[in-house]
Design a protein around this ligand. Structure first.
Ligand code: SAM
Length: 340
């Protein structure tokens, strides 16, 4: 469906092509690198339901972002499958924006029972986060003792439901799950699903990030290439976040996402909407702009559209290009809040 307004570009000539919508700030996992349970404990104050954008508000904003050039929407969180009626939201978005790619990132814990309904509602693709195949390591990383087998069942269910190829995101943290790199490559090689190895990032301020914890993507590629020879493959499209690597034996591909060692700010066309309706123009932002007040204050579509355009036009973000150990300590919004 063509946009009705002209595409906007920011101060660095980057268009607005992708929108990530966090539908909840809650999650049933307490991954050590994202929502450490020491911080997100039983007393942690999550957003009250009334503060969350309603499905109608989400669809209204999605249409406005589409007018500015957005052609791909990712639902995320928190854990998006915890949002009650998520299938209804997907159906509403798919109906309002036919032709827009509708994707979702999940920890996979509820995927086995929900995959078919998500597909039927109009979901185009799915990404499942999975940090280890070893149950002991996986349980230690999710910190809620969740067994890896259930996530693997969820991935199988997604494939059966017609959501293949499933993308599998593995955050690699030195000394925690780096022993799992080759095992993950081996498990998914030849399955049609695509593992992406993500460098541990300094998002938020609660995960105790240090550069020493990062395994550079180059090391990941080397470790896999030693066992399964591989070669670089072309990007599928401009701005693709993962760099693609193809197994030389023709059994598929994997990707690496190198936000720390090889910044890709120059091609970043992503805006983010937190579950309380705040727009962020960078994953590492410290501040966002409140769109919910505009919606709830009675602004017209044109007024909201103009506000979004103004925010994007002034966008200068290039955090990953200027990251230092000092900037890493700065106050930044949590990934569980802004959405991954
Ligand atoms: N709950 C969903 C999930 O687990 O996929 C969606 C939200 S989660 C914040 C989205 C993605 O962000 C996950 O793949 C997660 O591994 C990744 N992530 C969270 N913190 C990260 C960090 N510090 N560095 C790199 N990736 C991170």
């Amino acid at each position: 469906m063509p946009s009705t307004a002209s595409p906007v570009v920011d101060t660095r000539r980057r268009g607005l092509r992708d929108l990530r919508i966090s539908v909840t700030d809650r999650c049933n996992f307490r991954c050590i690198y994202c929502m450490p349970k020491e911080v997100f404990g039983p007393d942690y104050q999550f957003l009250p339901h009334a503060e969350l954008l309603t499905f109608e508000e989400i669809v209204r904003l999605a249409k406005i972002f589409h007018d500015h050039g957005v052609e791909k929407i990712r639902l995320t969180g928190g854990e998006p499958l915890l949002r009650k009626g998520i299938e209804t939201l997907i159906e509403m978005l798919a109906t309002a924006l036919p032709g827009v790619a509708l994707t979702l990132t999940t920890n996979g814990s509820a995927l086995k029972s929900k995959a078919r309904a998500l597909k039927n509602a109009g979901l185009t693709r799915i990404t499942v986060s999975l940090d280890s195949l070893d149950d002991t390591i996986f349980k230690a990383m999710n910190a809620v003792n969740f067994p890896v087998g259930k996530v693997l069942d969820g991935i199988d269910a997604a494939v059966e439901a017609g959501l293949a190829p499933v993308k599998i995101n593995m955050v690699v943290k030195r000394g925690v799950n780096d022993t799992q790199i080759v095992d993950m490559a081996r498990y998914f090689k030849g399955s049609g699903n695509i593992v992406r190895f993500i460098e541990f990032m300094d998002v938020g301020t609660t995960n105790g990030w240090k550069m020493d914890h990062v395994i550079p993507s180059a090391d990941v590629v080397r470790a896999i290439d030693d066992v399964f020879p591989c070669e670089p493959a072309h990007a599928n499209y401009f701005g693709e976040v993962a760099k693609r690597w193809r197994y030389k034996d023709g059994s598929g591909e994997f990707g690496v996402i190198s936000s720390v060692t090889e910044a890709f700010c120059g091609s970043c066309t992503r805006a983010r909407l937190s579950s309380d309706g705040t727009m962020y123009t960078c994953l590492f932002a410290s501040q966002g702009r409140d769109l919910k007040s505009l919606l709830r204050g009675g602004a017209s579509d044109k007024e909201v559209r103009d506000a979004v355009a103004a925010i994007w036009r002034y966008r200068e973000d290039r955090y990953s290009e200027i990251r230092t150990s000092e900037t890493a300590k700065a106050r930044k919004v949590e990934m569980s809040f802004i959405g991954g």
